[in-house]
Design a protein around this ligand. Structure first.
Ligand code: PMP
Length: 423
């Protein structure tokens, strides 16, 4: 397929404006114009099955969310220093989904802001500076949060206050739980020996950027105990697993039977309306607020609250957590069956509607980034949108809107099967 001249012109204009920061998916980028449910439509009216986007988590342009936002934006759209029933009702509804001790929320506009605030709270609560993160983690884009996002560092060296540990896998004769706890314990000794100390272990509870590591449920328990015994906090970054995606409750940490000290949220929270939040224990927030200020002009404004509340209602009404669980289990099984017939698939992992599929060189098991890129571009030619994750970008990150159906799953698996057969 040739590169249409008008598309080449559009791409070069875009690059002229955004320079080196311009990021576009695909060898031939797509111009998107609208979307609904699990489908997106380009400028030529071509339909794509969305197996990638988790921001429109309850479905693209869900009519109930659209209606709630439109109504509120026409009624009151202001900062957060007035009493407002929409805002208060939403915060109570959101907090009701958390374990009892986690009873305060601070609203932000992005996942990055949420993690930045969580780090500040953790440092003040513990009096220590250090953070432990996994090796391909991404936690956001502020100056502070970039330091704990090894996947963003490129040529930069990790900051001295960061200890980096491997993604959770069974290693050296240890189970996933044991090896992850051992890595955390090692990182704590390292931070202590350098006089930095542990503020928190911060983890995305489904390890998305690392390549999606979900099993066995409960494996975070031992590491959490190690952190708490050392006087540190557990920050659960729920930007990816949160709002029902893992199919085992609203929050990813629930699958592991642990209670974090701080939870951060973003992406799916407003189904596309930019919003985020930090949930924590009142005493942690109190100590923080006594020591330093925090104000967020747009965080938790009435329009955000209307969007967020509509999202929670849709998750309930459409039973999307149960759907993530059942459709996800079906999808994972069909991909596991595909794994059995293709040597270039190294593993299929995940929980709910978040699945990782590794491509490997069948000769030696090495990650095959080129094959992942090929599959992603071929799937796009066949009207299916997908992306990659993991240290080598060799893992398909399968993460559709939660309204995804078994027919959608069959379409994906069947198309991937044909692409691999032709390869
Ligand atoms: N944490 C995780 C796990 C994320 O995946 C992301 C975004 N991809 C963020 C934080 C940052 O969120 P935002 O882009 O809304 O700042």
């Amino acid at each position: 397929e040739g590169f249409p001249p008008d598309l080449a012109e559009r791409v070069s204009r875009r690059q002229a404006a955004f320079g080196a920061s311009s990021v576009l998916f695909y060898e031939q980028p797509i111009e998107m114009v609208r979307a609904r449910g699990a489908y997106m439509y380009d400028v030529n009216g071509r339909k794509y099955l969305d197996v990638y986007n988790n921001v429109p988590s309850v479905g693209h342009c869900h009519p109930k969310v659209v209606e709630a936002v439109a109504r509120q934006v026409g009624e009151l759209n202001i900062h957060t220093r007035y009493l407002n029933r929409v805002v208060e009702a939403y915060s109570e509804k959101l907090l009701s989904t958390f374990p009892a001790g986690l009873s305060n929320v601070v609203m932000t506009c992005t996942g990055s802001e949420s993690n930045d605030l969580a780090m500040r709270i953790a440092r003040i609560a513990t009096g220590a500076e250090g953070f432990i993160v996994t090796e391909a983690a991404y936690h956001g884009n502020t100056a502070l949060v970039t330091e704990i996002s090894p996947s963003s560092l490129r040529k930069r060296k990790p900051a001295p206050f960061v200890a980096i540990i491997p993604a959770p896998t069974a290693r050296d004769g240890m189970s996933v739980e044991e090896s992850f706890a051992a890595s955390v314990a090692g990182a704590i000794s390292d931070l202590n020996s350098r006089g930095i100390g542990l503020a928190a272990l911060i983890i995305d509870t489904i390890f998305s950027s690392d390549g999606i590591y979900a099993d066995p449920a409960g494996f975070l328990k031992a590491a959490t105990d190690v952190v708490h015994r050392a006087g540190g906090l557990l920050i659960a970054d729920e930007v990816q697993p949160g709002f029902g995606r893992t199919g085992g409750g609203l929050w990813g940490f629930e699958r592991h039977g642990v209670t974090p000290d701080i939870v951060t949220m973003g992406k799916p929270m407003g189904n596309g309306f930019p919003m985020g939040g930090v949930v924590t224990r009142p005493e942690l927030l109190k100590t923080f607020c006594e020591e330093t200020g925090y104000f967020n002009t747009f965080g938790g404004n009435p329009v955000a609250a209307a969007a967020g509340h509509a999202v929670l209602k849709v998750i309930e009404e459409e039973e999307l957590v149960a759907r993530a669980n059942t459709v996800g289990a079906y999808f994972r099984q069909s991909l596991t069956d595909l794994w059995a017939t293709h040597a270039e698939i190294g593993e299929v992992r995940g929980a709910g509607l978040f699945i990782g599929l590794d491509f490997v060189d069948p000769e030696n098991g090495a990650p095959d980034t080129a094959l992942a890129t090929h599959a992603i571009n071929q799937l796009k030619q066949n009207g299916i949108l997908i992306g990659a994750a993991g240290k080598y970008g060799a893992t398909l990150k399968i993460r559709p809107p939660l309204c995804f159906s078994v027919e959608d799953a069959d379409l994906f698996t069947g198309t991937l099967d044909s692409i691999l057969k032709l390869h």
